[in-house]
Write a protein that binds this ligand. Structure first.
Ligand SMILES: *Cc1c(COP(=O)(O)O)cnc(C)c1O
Length: 343
């Protein structure tokens, strides 16, 4: 496979248009078969459900080149299932069985030259999304929908080492009890933009959101789940109905328990406990784990003992094992790696 002439190592996380994307449309009660298109633009009515009432949800996953040159994606069945849950909550018709995986395979094949070579740290990000394409002015589900999946190569998340970040306890809420925090809806991101810009202006990399009901428990950041490591080496992740169920976090918990033999716990985590943890990381597809060195709670700084220079030892082991599974250097659980034959 001839690769595109790109400087893989210095690319950032931004949209770069690639060859072709998958498109399917739902109208009159059913999805069409879908097809690949070279057209990166969408023409929709001014009154489309997505434009008026934000009826849209999305997914995010990556294609990697393994050490032996295969192109793989990581647990796409979980993205498929989560997209279904998001659609259900937003009154969007679910994709027909098999369409999600088929679209992933077709888009990766059509853009194989943009899947970065092994060892560059770069990956190809895949963005599936569904939106209300037909017009609605009264508040109700749109009469028609479009599903799309495009690909864009992205550079290494950590350029020159994974420096721990400082985050702040946020006074804005991300998700209400019984709301939409558990689905991957565009609306959850629209309303987080003010809070993240505000955090950046104040010198913080991310917001730590608390549970909206009591503001005593740790939830997640705008786009990543928390993992903590206790001083005796137990891996802890917050349990809450208003957290987005990160595939990376769920996979890391399996890696911790079944591969590294660590004790794991999914439970409510109180803000007051933060100072008791040894390590803290943020989990998501983009970075796998991004280490957190310090949480600033309204001026009170909580430094994790792992320090501000490097990932803590348990976080590093988790990171290396999961990225090893993704890159084919570590044997992972059955079914985690989905190979896409591109030749
Ligand atoms: C997508 C997302 C994550 C990370 O999920 P992954 O499946 O690991 O990429 C975490 N939190 C929120 C709010 C998200 O939207």
């Amino acid at each position: 496979m001839k690769k595109a002439d790109l400087d893989w190592g210095s690319m950032d996380f931004s949209y770069k248009q690639t060859n072709a994307r998958f498109v399917a449309n739902w109208d009159n009660g059913s999805w069409d078969e879908g097809a690949m298109t070279e057209d990166a633009n969408i023409v929709i009515n001014e009154c489309a459900g997505v434009l008026q009432y934000a009826q849209t949800c999305f997914e995010g996953l990556k294609a990697y080149t393994t050490v032996d040159g295969r192109i793989v994606v990581f647990r796409p069945d979980l993205n498929d299932a989560r997209l279904k849950d998001s659609c259900d909550r937003l009154r969007i018709p679910a994709l027909p069985e098999g369409m999600f995986i088929k679209s992933v395979e077709e888009v990766v094949r059509a853009n194989a030259e943009f899947v970065p070579p092994y060892g560059t740290g770069a990956t190809m990000y895949l963005r599936p999304f569904i939106f209300g394409s037909g017009p609605v002015i009264g508040v109700k589900p749109a009469p028609s929908y479009q599903y799309r999946l495009f690909a864009t190569p992205v550079g290494p998340y950590f350029k020159g080492g994974a420096k721990p970040i400082t985050i702040r306890v946020c006074d804005y809420d991300r998700a209400a009890p019984h709301g939409t925090g558990h689905i991957k809806a565009g609306l959850n991101y629209a309303m987080s933009l003010y809070a993240i810009d505000d955090a950046h202006e104040a010198g913080f990399a991310e917001n730590m959101y608390l549970d909206a009901a009591t503001r005593t428990k740790v939830e997640e950041t705008g786009g990543a789940n928390f993992l903590f490591v206790t001083k005796d080496g137990k891996v802890v992740t917050p349990k809450s109905d208003t957290i987005l169920p990160s595939i990376t976090r769920r996979s890391l918990m399996v890696v911790a328990k079944d591969i590294l033999g660590l004790e794991v716990e999914e439970r409510e985590v109180y803000k007051e406990e933060l100072a008791d943890f040894a390590e803290c990381g943020l989990c998501g597809t983009a970075a796998v784990i991004s280490p957190v060195g310090c949480v600033n709670d309204h001026g009170k700084e909580i430094f994790f003992p792992a320090g501000m220079e490097d990932m803590g030892p348990v976080t590093r082991k988790l990171y290396e094992t999961l990225t090893g599974i993704q890159m084919g250097t570590v044997e992972g659980p059955e079914g985690w790696i989905h190979e896409i034959k591109c030749d």
